[in-house]
Design a binder for this molecule. Structure first.
Ligand code: ZN
Length: 148
């Protein structure tokens, strides 16, 4: 569910994305991550718990792309995607899939250049301890329980 009028879902030559159309300040809610629940991960799901995955089928948030150093993160008290910093018009909205996904259905290569970029984004279970620690503050409650 879209919470902000400052974003739009866009389909482009390089794939789908969520793009900022008007400057968003830090800490603004953008999207609520909600939808039907599935027992297994898919390409467009976000994990809430063991055997508990939210389907993005038909949702704007399913257009979100991954970044190891994202401009947004999920507030797990409300399941709202919220900006971490100011996002300018024209910038893509991103979040770190590894903050929610334990073992992904559709791994992919990431060459973003962030210090803790794992190279292949496959899920939290595949990260080493340093990579896990780097994203610790943004982790879902479920992954926190796996981390501890
Ligand atoms: Zn990366």
């Amino acid at each position: 569910m879209q919470l902000s009028g400052k974003i739009t879902a866009a389909a482009g030559a390089r794939g789908n994305s969520v793009v900022c159309v008007d400057e968003i300040g830090p800490g603004e809610p953008i999207l609520r991550i909600q939808g039907p629940r599935l027992r297994a991960p898919g390409t467009y799901t976000i994990q809430r718990g063991a055997n508990d995955h939210i389907s993005g089928d038909g949702a704007t948030w399913a257009y979100l792309n991954h970044a190891c150093a994202p401009n947004s993160a999920i507030d797990f008290a409300t399941w709202e995607l919220t900006t971490l910093r100011t996002v300018c018009a024209g910038e893509e909205i991103t979040y770190n899939y590894l903050t929610t996904e334990w073992d992904m259905a559709s791994p992919f290569a990431c060459n973003c250049g962030a210090a803790h970029c794992p190279g292949t984004v496959r899920g939290f279970r595949h990260l080493d301890m340093a990579q896990r620690a780097a994203i610790g503050p943004l982790l879902s409650p479920f992954l926190h329980s796996k981390f501890g």
